[in-house]
Design a protein around this ligand. Structure first.
Ligand SMILES: [Zn+2]
Length: 148
């Protein structure tokens, strides 16, 4: 189990996402589930943690529509005329996570409903670089979309 050795960091979280897994840190002392993972429990300050896979199921509890996003999103074609939805997902496992919400009408946010049931989706997106030789490296991003 090589994954047990990974540090409890956002970089490790990204590594798991590239394997299409949502991994949180579970505090061995108080049972708190920490997502995104950190190397210390925010509840009891315990530092004895273990990785735990979290099911990609939840519901939308808040969202915002973004027209001018970070570079990877601009490169995906998102802009003021083609905005995307970023939302906070309340996971069934307990923690909340902020991701892109796919499959919703970001141009008409009045149609996006709170409490919509969501499932995780893993999106491959080019990690564009100014250096042409490494311009086509793909990175996997966690997103959610409505069930059904
Ligand atoms: Zn704890």
């Amino acid at each position: 189990m090589g994954e047990a050795a990974l540090p409890f960091t956002a970089a490790s979280f990204d590594t798991f996402v590239s394997q299409k897994k949502i991994m949180a840190a579970r505090c061995k002392k108080c049972g708190n589930l920490i997502l995104p993972p950190r190397n210390m429990c925010g509840k009891c300050y315990g530092a004895e943690l273990e990785w735990e896979e979290v099911a990609g199921k939840g519901k939308l509890i808040s969202f915002t529509v973004i027209g001018v996003g970070p570079t990877p999103m601009i490169n995906e074609g998102y802009n003021r005329d083609n905005p995307y939805c970023s939302g906070v997902v309340q996971l069934e496992a307990g923690p909340r996570i902020c991701t892109q919400i796919l499959g919703v009408d970001a141009k008409h946010p009045e149609n996006i409903k709170l409490n919509t049931p969501l499932v995780a989706d893993f999106v491959e997106r080019g990690s564009y670089s100014l250096v042409p030789v490494i311009a086509n490296i793909k990175k996997t991003y966690l997103a959610f979309r409505p069930t059904e």
